[in-house]
Design a protein around this ligand. Structure first.
Ligand code: NOJ
Length: 447
């Protein structure tokens, strides 16, 4: 078996990373706007004020997608663009922007996959405590009701949150993402718990307020462990969902409560936290997502330590590293979906996979990116292997459609299928864009 006939081939972006127009069109501030303004957190003081100017150039970008033959585009709504204060009134210009984008996509035959929250948290709500505020799940629920009412006549796939691992773990615990805080573990876990409640409420709100039937899922960052030896294969699912230490990236931490209705038993001890919660919350948190979105870029080979635990296997010296210093490990796109499937039996979308390469235009004004082509080919080969073993993989979204603002790395990392000149905003499809178009045409038969 190969990829399903209706396999969804797409590319992804997120609002703050591409839209620009940060102070235009009635938009409210987000915590990324204020973090960038500060000038100290992001590489070379870059800000995404203008970004890729997708807000003004989305029609040109949709035309590029169409040329590539994309079947779907995953993008996020900027919460403060739609609701400048986070709660309360809607911003009509924001509503118009997303309506226009959705209509342009549908006209081009491209299915919109909408993420509700991809990190650009409304600054006004942050000042009220953000995810630490007990009201925060309700704020997100009200936002989801608006989304459903406004867009679900045309958008049929929704992703509630993108990578809580990053916006809570990196944002509130490790201080490497906005709002760049290192809260004590009790507070970070409380924010995590509120995010899970928000996810549960939003999932129900989207379903209850949708016009027609919709699919609602969530997207997680993954920490894929892969077996180094034949013997390690037998325990790899269990190892992938074992919580070790104060690790917000641990695979069980979000999906176990959201899907199975329980936290890992060792949650409080692993985080050395005095963390308790109302058991009734689990009725909200467990929300039966229709699918799981997995963001997978790399994985880690592990082996048994002979004492009932595991140890990392240091990558071979020939293993290449991307511009993010992430190891190139194609098998992560096999073991990731496979282990999630075996634990939850939910359909899987790869909502992100891609590579940043240090690259620039050649004298012929083209961008030749053989490393990205080989990355895509070798990873997709492994995804196909998972599909052929019965894993219900529904789609793949390359990250990213175009080069964009890579958070604290600013514009220094290029992930795109399309090269962006940030001075002129000129777009140049890379060689990989043509390669990916060929894969889409053949439904991956030509890998
Ligand atoms: C995950 C995030 O969702 C996305 O915003 C980011 O740019 C990519 N990974 C690459 O780091």
């Amino acid at each position: 078996m190969s990829f399903r006939k209706d396999f969804v081939w797409g590319a992804a972006t997120a609002a703050y990373q591409v839209e620009g127009a940060a102070y235009e069109g009635g938009k409210g501030l987000s915590i990324w706007d204020t973090a960038c303004e500060n000038g100290h957190f992001v590489f070379n003081g870059h800000t995404a004020k203008v970004g890729c100017d997708h807000y003004h150039r989305f029609r040109e970008d949709v035309a590029l997608m169409k040329k590539m033959g994309l079947k779907a585009y995953r993008f996020s709504v900027s919460w403060p663009r739609l609701m400048p204060h986070g709660t309360g009134e809607l911003n009509p210009e924001g509503v118009r922007f997303y309506n226009d984008l959705i209509d342009a996509l549908l006209e081009a035959g491209i299915e919109p996959y909408m993420t509700l929250f991809h990190w650009d948290y409304p600054y006004e709500l942050f000042l009220k405590g953000g995810w630490l505020n007990p009201e925060s799940p309700k704020w997100f629920e009200a936002y989801a009701v608006n989304i459903a009412k406004l867009f679900s006549d045309r958008v049929k796939h929704f992703i509630t949150v993108n990578e809580p691992q990053c916006f809570i773990g990196c944002g509130l615990y490790q201080a490497v993402h906005a709002p760049f805080l290192s809260c004590p573990p009790e507070e970070a876990l409380l924010a995590w718990h509120n995010t899970l409640k928000a996810n549960g409420l939003a999932t129900r709100a989207l379903r209850a307020n949708a016009k027609g039937s919709v699919q609602v899922g969530l997207t997680v960052a993954t920490d894929v462990l892969m077996p180094a030896t034949e013997a390690d294969k037998a325990t790899i699912v269990k190892e992938n969902f074992t919580l070790r230490g104060d690790n917000f990236f641990s695979n069980a931490l979000f999906t176990d409560p959201a899907v199975l209705g329980k936290y890992p038993e060792n949650l409080a001890s692993a985080f050395r936290a005095n963390f308790t919660y109302d058991e009734k919350d689990m009725e909200i948190i467990k929300c039966d997502p229709d699918f799981l979105g997995l963001n997978i870029y790399h994985g880690k080979y592990i082996t048994s330590d002979g004492k009932g635990g595991i140890r990392d296997v240091v990558p071979d010296m020939n293993v290449p590293f991307t511009d993010m210093r992430w190891p190139v490990t194609p098998e992560s796109l096999y073991y990731g979906p496979k282990t999630y499937w075996e634990r939850y039996h939910l359909p899987v979308y790869i909502t992100e996979n891609g590579v940043a390469v240090s690259e620039w235009l050649s004298a012929d004004k083209k961008l030749h990116d053989p490393a990205r082509i080989e990355y895509i080919r070798s990873y997709l080969e492994q995804l196909r292997r998972a599909a052929s073993e019965g894993v219900d993989v529904r789609g793949y979204f390359y990250w990213s459609l175009m080069d964009n603002f890579e958070w604290k790395e600013g514009f220094s990392k290029r992930f795109g299928l399309v090269y962006v000149d940030y001075n002129t905003q000129e777009r140049t499809p890379k060689d990989s864009a043509a390669y990916y178009a060929g894969i889409i045409r053949e439904n991956g038969e030509n890998l």
